[in-house]
Write a protein that binds this ligand. Structure first.
Ligand SMILES: Nc1ncnc2c1ncn2[C@@H]1O[C@H](COP(=O)(O)OP(=O)(O)OP(=O)(O)O)[C@@H](O)[C@H]1O
Ligand SMILES: [Mg+2]
Length: 228
């Protein structure tokens, strides 16, 4: 199976009282294993809505989403939670770490749901924190870390269960340009290690790291360009 993601005529509407908000208006997209894709487009064009669907955090109003050959619309909530935990690592603009929890425990958390023993969780979390360059910050809590370090913890948490797909919604949106570059170098390494990386960004310099850029406008794909 070459395509890790196939979406066909995906529609996402939201019902707000009497009014229907039409957000995604028929998106078709194939993403092959190992691709490095950036999603751009104006604020409100539907980027986060699309990412949430790709990450199985939300389900479409219409259309088909085939993830690794499985039709997501036919999965139960338990199957969705399982595929999310196993196949997908999600990184957010605002890091979304547990505030009173150390870097090590934040990174180890997804392994609790995966049923891994405490001893193995610690070994693996330490390994991942070393990989993201935080071996000297494992016992720090989020408020004892810089923004870039917090995002490294969040990237570590996304990687810990060895997912094949990494989704990042404006991962550098709250970082200065130097720190953004460091985080993008981390995504470059994750891609080079064989992962499929999909990120949303407003910044052309960030998108330039990707090998393919799609642009959304008003809930449809306006352009789809390969850089490399
Ligand atoms: N739960 C919801 N209920 C109603 N409308 C929603 C909901 N979620 C998103 N929308 C609407 O969908 C549109 C697209 O939102 P989305 O968050 O996907 O945009 P975006 O492209 O990520 O924008 P930004 O660049 O500002 O993050 C917006 O007009 C938003 O108001
Ligand atoms: Mg958004």
């Amino acid at each position: 199976m070459k395509n890790v993601i196939e979406i066909r005529n995906i529609i996402r509407n939201f019902q707000l009282g009497q009014e229907t908000v039409y957000v995604l208006k028929g998106i078709d997209l194939d993403i092959t294993r190992g691709e490095y894709l950036a999603i751009m487009g104006p604020s409100g064009s539907g980027k986060s809505t699309l990412m949430n669907l790709l990450g199985c955090l939300d389900t479409p109003t219409g259309g088909a989403y085939i993830l690794n050959g499985n039709d997501v619309s036919e999965m139960t909530d338990n199957e969705l939670a399982d595929i999310r935990n196993r196949e997908i690592g999600f990184v957010f603009q605002t890091f979304n770490l547990l505030p009173r929890t150390t870097a090590l425990d934040n990174v180890a958390l997804p392994m609790v749901y995966a049923g891994i023993s405490k001893k193995d969780r610690i070994i693996r979390a330490e390994e991942v924190l070393r990989d993201v360059g935080l071996s000297d910050r494992m016992d720090h809590k989020p408020n004892q870390l810089s923004g870039g370090q917090r995002q490294r913890v969040a990237v570590g948490r996304a990687l810990v269960n060895k997912p094949s797909i990494i989704l990042a919604d404006e991962p550098t949106g709250n970082l200065d340009s130097k720190t953004s570059l460091e985080i993008m170098q981390l995504f470059d390494e994750i891609h080079a290690a064989g992962n499929t990386v999909i990120l949303v960004t407003h910044e052309e310099e960030v998108a330039a790291h990707a090998h393919r850029v799609i642009r959304l406008r008003d809930g449809v794909i306006e352009s789809d360009v390969r850089n490399k």
